[in-house]
Unconditional design. Sequence first.
Length: 584
Amino acid sequence: MRQRFKHIIIMFYCLFVTHFLHAQSSRIDSLKKALTLGKADANKINALLDLCNSYRFSYPDSSLGWARQALLLAQKIKNDTLIFWSYVGIGSSLYPLGNFSAELDNAYKLQPVSKRLNTLFSRGYSSGSMSDAYLNFGEYNTCLYYWRKVVYICEREAPRELPAVYGNSAYIFARANQFDSALFYGKKAFNELSKNDDLKKDIYNIHFYNSNISEAIGEAFAGMMKFDSALYYCHISLQHAEIIDMRFNTIDASNAIAKIYKKQGLNDSAIFYCKKVLSLDGAPKRYPISVLKTATILASLFEIKKEPDSSLKYMHLASDIKDSVYSREKTSAFQNIIFKNKEKENEISIATEKLRSQYRMYFLIAAFIAIIIIAAIIIRNRRIKQLQIIRNSIADDLHDDIGSTLSSISIMNELAKVKSPEALPLLTSIGESTAAIQENMSDIVWTVNPNNDHFENLLQRMQLFATEISDAKNIRLEFNSDASLNNARLSMKQRKNLYLFFKEAINNAAKHSGAKKITVRIYKKDTAIEIQINDDGSGFNTSGSFNGNGMSSLKKRSDELNAVYYINSQINSGTTAQLKFKIT
């Protein structure tokens, strides 16, 4: 009955394995078909990465090729997420191939992509890749430095990954000869695995995790010389690895079992498991480092058994594998050079396209800015023309309507003087006020007229006014201006206030100073205009109080110009009025 029951269990086990492997084979065939039909997009890259993951522990050289294809395509479409997972695939394929220097180089390339993504998985896998690379070089302190980051992230943010994380922790501590810590994390890994119901539905990962965790615990027990427990866990690891055709773990578990049997003196059993490794198709080529360990164990076993021919045979095999590894390293280095050249070409192509895109963007921005500037200039010119039309209309209206009305009042005032001698003082006052209004109106009309916007016109009017008033008062006038001022332009407000300031200053000098000479100097200095009006008159005390509006008018005009203004005067030494303002 027991025998029949045993056969039934074996039959169901074989059916399960056959079904699982068939499902895996069908999935891989569909992925390969998708590659031949698909175009270079994210779907094709994901198919390549799936193939890489499916083959990394059975055919790592093929896995590496697919991962590198995925990387080149991911760089072409500039997808950082797929670039990241391509680097992960390359690293996981280099590990079983024993190319540890390339694995470390790849781990460093993963760092900047991880920082750009800044996700939970990018941070975890990036630190994990660095840890694995340093573990293979035997630098356990550096390895643990990076691995503790992974544990910290997963314990807080990704509890689903804890079976794998604790299992790898056990493996690291076993390699570092810290066996108690290895057992501690191995038990934690199994505990997390038993609690994770979602993970139990993933058949491949269940066997994957069980194989890895069991191997780590077996290594720890072997280090502690507890061989029965070590054999138990190593056999479990081997069973799970064979179910999913995980040849890398199959070889490592077989080697571990062989070493334990050798320590126990069970040499034939040790030889059996070593030969099991060598019977795997393509094992020396695909897993040279692991098979090298197998050949070394066999050589020492046959030496113990006093069979020198067999011992020599496996010593030669070990030597051939070393030569193969060396040759493979050279080939791999050459392939890496080719791959890096392709990467550079790809980067140059991407950079060129990026530069073209930037130039196109800059051109569009420049064109847009040019259109805005042209539109602004057109609108500004239209507004200036409209303003000039309005100013012309105002000037014409003032000149024709108000000017003619004032002229009529002046004429009628003269007639009234003749007919009404008794009202002569009043009429004289009216006449003077009318003349003053006419003069002011003339100034306003002149200011508003856009034809007088050039500084040259203002200089001519200023000189004409100063000449007329100085001639009337029998005062000598000296008027100097820079030629560079002729092309300067002032706003209507600046022109008005400058002219009225000048008139007031000249009037004060001519009427109140008793001067014999007035000197006017107007010049441009950088972006500012300065005007100086000197007289050689009697002067006055600038700290005293003044009747009339002359001084306050000067202050008002200078304020409206945002100008620097001051008067310097001394009794019997003349007066100097100075004004300085910036051109707008």
